[in-house]
Design a protein around this ligand. Structure first.
Ligand SMILES: *Cc1c(COP(=O)(O)O)cnc(C)c1O
Length: 360
């Protein structure tokens, strides 16, 4: 029998979340951001869930983009880091892929490549992240160069915010962007999930929701996913494989990081950091056992973790455990581990078998 850990991906929840994003975006179109194997959920499970309503798909990896085209997805497909070498430009022209253009080297590649068919391009501007993008003040000159190159069919002006989920918000970055692109009558794309949910006026022409489509809050410090009507798409569950009756003063797990103050029942769950559960999750991280919320105890091991069964006298070996999913958001587990839901999702290990279906 395989280990009892497994993940379930709910396409209907993904579709619900995408429709919510589209509703929020008003007349703007919405890229379905499916980079990193759809944030660890599985590219096709998610892409297929919105196949008939998706305005376009955005990702980084050419192989994933090619896989979508080969599976007859006809929508725009945007490569968020653009071309890595000239061969990518040829592939993009052949497959009708849209490319981000974020630096001078990519611009030169486009000028030299003379693609067989002009491409849809997203010209990316740096508004404070200092990661990718041109200075906004260069926008008019860059647009002129792209037009001269003959490589561009449609040019969209784009930026990505460093602090859309924070108190500081997007006002400063958006002002830099708007000042740079003023007077250019071209479509724009600026909003990720947090910007879309907090500042819907920034929807512009194309929004780029990612994390909200997977049912996690884009701003967990301000609003829970449930309060935003987002539905979890991934559930990770397992079972109790052993129970220990621990005496007062005894410790649990590596490093004896948890010590019982009174006699207690401890459940051992078949899930550890080799499955993608965060090792930084400390004692007290929420976990569901037979639908009841309890807490983890001590250090997470490679293949196991411990939980408190004091309030669950009936729960023994075989009891069902939800690590995150329905009734326990990945945001809560991530917060207890000092990280974000994105990392939990992406870290779900290859060895965890996945199924598709409604979460229960
Ligand atoms: C990942 C990404 C997004 C989606 O961001 P979320 O915070 O997941 O909504 C949008 N735009 C770009 C450029 C990205 O890389």
């Amino acid at each position: 029998m395989p280990r009892p850990i497994h993940a379930t991906i709910d396409p209907a929840a993904f579709r619900h979340n995408y429709m919510l994003a589209k509703h929020r975006a008003g007349v703007a179109r919405a890229w379905v951001v499916v980079k990193a194997n759809a944030y660890g959920h599985g590219l096709f499970a998610c892409a297929n869930a919105v196949r008939d309503i998706a305005d376009g798909y955005a990702m980084l990896d050419f192989a994933e983009a090619v896989a979508l085209r080969e599976a007859a997805f006809g929508q725009p497909i945007l490569l968020l880091e653009g071309a890595f070498d000239p061969a990518d430009i040829k592939d993009a022209a052949r497959l009708g892929l849209s490319l981000v253009v974020h630096d001078a080297e990519q611009l030169r590649m486009l000028e030299l490549a003379r693609p067989t068919a002009p491409l849809d391009l997203c010209l990316k501007f740096n508004t404070g992240m200092n990661r990718l993008g041109f200075p906004p003040s260069a926008a008019p000159a860059l647009v002129a160069r792209l037009r001269e190159s003959g490589a561009a069919k449609c040019i969209t002006l784009m930026t990505h915010f460093a602090r859309a989920d924070e108190e500081a918000g997007i006002a400063d970055a958006l002002a830099r962007f708007d000042a740079g692109v003023a007077g250019l009558d071209l479509p724009q794309s600026v909003a990720n999930s947090a910007a879309l949910m907090r500042f819907p006026a920034a929807a512009r022409d194309w929004v780029r929701p990612g994390i909200m489509l997977y049912g996690a809050s884009p701003m967990p410090a301000r609003a829970t996913a449930a309060s935003l009507d987002l539905r979890p798409v991934m559930q990770v569950e397992s079972r109790i494989i052993a129970v220990q009756n621990v005496a007062a003063g005894e410790s649990v797990g590596y490093g004896a990081r948890f010590t019982a103050e009174r006699p207690m029942r401890v459940g051992v769950v078949a899930c550890g950091y080799a499955d993608g559960y965060p090792r930084h999750a400390t004692t007290g991280t929420p976990i569901l056992v037979e639908g009841v919320r309890t807490r983890t105890l001590g250090t997470v091991s490679m293949d196991m973790l411990a939980c408190d069964l004091s309030a669950l006298p009936e729960a023994g070996v075989g009891a069902r455990v939800v690590l995150w999913g329905q009734g326990l958001s990945a945001d809560e587990v991530a917060a207890a581990a000092g990280t974000i839901s994105y990392e939990l999702f992406c870290a779900l290990a290859q060895r965890v078998p996945r199924g598709i279906g409604a979460l229960a």
